[in-house]
Write a protein that binds this ligand. Structure first.
Ligand code: KG4
Ligand code: ZN
Length: 337
């Protein structure tokens, strides 16, 4: 079954074609980063308008690359939520209309389920049960996956998401939007040990996170420093180490608590090289398996939506022919596949 996937939940237009037998056939992404850079964050109305401009050309590009045409599409998957309502509506309306005109089923996919399943697009995919660490711009969650579609929240952030903490800290340090990847890049030239920040909520039991206090620590350290380029890099590294260590400690605890031996990482922060290195070390030390998507499938993309949608469509699930989106949507409410 060839499924077209459409992702428009935030500031990236992502499209992909996924085939149950042959895997990923093509994928294309347009990032709106430049459009929002002047404003220091995503402007929802501009995001929606740009999805309108970019979505159809990207669909054509994916079809061309896969040497297919619309008549080969057997199902359509679009992001139904969570996300920005206007942005979601562009993908939902386009996906729905296309499915209706082609007479094929369509399904609204949960964006975070898309992220969570992205590691399964890669060769030798992990099978449930596994623990998933979801770390994106809007979410920081540890989830127990007993089966595809059966998700139990083990812990989440009480305030900022990990990606949000990266972005806000980057802004404090005067880095350009979007700050997360910039900060990670800067940290590569930092000297380890010059600045040490706390590992929030690791001194007590539990699987909750809290990242907003780190921002204040960084702000004070930067304010009271000599504010040279080297100091900025050293602080960036100190911050990144604190986030990465905290995430690794909580992952280890979640594996211990559940007795599960496979850890899956997903979401934008999963592209962070230090996090990948640290969790690979954890895997070796604890004799567990850790799986990441390729970095480009950690951040928002159409492939994860096509893949998650294909699993559900193949199982006979589909949404009814109305254009509905769900800007807030609890993943635990999903049904098993
Ligand atoms: O999953 P994603 O693309 O979008 C959401 O669903 O939120 O995640 C975006 C987040 C941003 O906060 C971005 O700063 C962060 O992921 N991010 C990174 C890196 N690449 C993206 N954070 C740390 N290191 C990176 N290399
Ligand atoms: Zn995302």
């Amino acid at each position: 079954m060839i499924v077209l996937g459409i992702e428009t939940s935030c500031d990236e237009t992502g499209v992909a074609l996924y085939c149950g037998d042959r895997g990923l056939l093509s994928h294309a992404l347009y990032s709106q980063v430049k459009l929002h850079a002047d404003y220091g964050g995503v402007v929802p109305e501009l995001a929606s308008r740009d999805h309108v401009r970019k979505l159809l050309p990207l669909i054509h590009r994916c079809l061309d690359e896969a040497k297919l045409n619309t008549r080969h599409i057997e199902g359509v998957a679009y992001t139904r939520g969570p996300g920005l309502v206007g942005a979601l509506l562009v993908g939902a309306a386009t996906g729905r209309a296309l499915a209706w005109s082609l007479g094929v089923p369509a399904i609204g996919v949960h964006h975070m389920e898309g992220h969570l399943l992205a590691p399964l697009i890669e060769p030798d995919p992990p099978q449930p049960p596994f623990v998933a660490l979801l770390v994106s711009g809007g979410h920081s969650q540890l989830v127990e996956v007993s089966a595809i579609g059966r998700y139990r929240l083990l812990g989440e952030t009480l305030d900022d998401a990990a990606g949000e903490a990266f972005d806000k800290t980057a802004k404090l340090l005067g880095l350009a939007y979007p700050g997360g990847p910039e900060l990670a890049h800067l940290a590569e030239s930092g000297v380890r040990g010059r600045f040490t920040f706390s590992r929030p909520m690791t001194d007590r039991p539990g699987l909750q996170f809290s990242f907003s206090g780190l921002k204040t620590q960084v702000m004070l350290a930067w304010r009271d420093s000599d504010q040279t380029a080297q100091t900025r890099a050293d602080i960036a590294l100190g911050f990144q180490d604190a986030v990465v260590d905290t995430l690794a400690i909580k992952c280890e605890r979640a594996l211990q608590a559940t007795g599960i031996k496979t850890l899956v990482i997903a979401g934008g922060v999963g592209a962070n090289r230090d996090l990948r290195r640290k969790l690979a070390e954890l895997a070796q030390r604890k004799h567990i398996r850790v799986c990441f998507p390729r970095p480009e499938f950690c951040t928002d993309n159409g492939a994860m939506i096509a893949f998650a949608g294909a699993l559900r469509l193949r199982a006979g699930q589909h949404s009814d022919a109305t254009i509905t989106v769900q800007p807030r949507w609890d993943m635990a409410a999903l049904s098993a596949v």
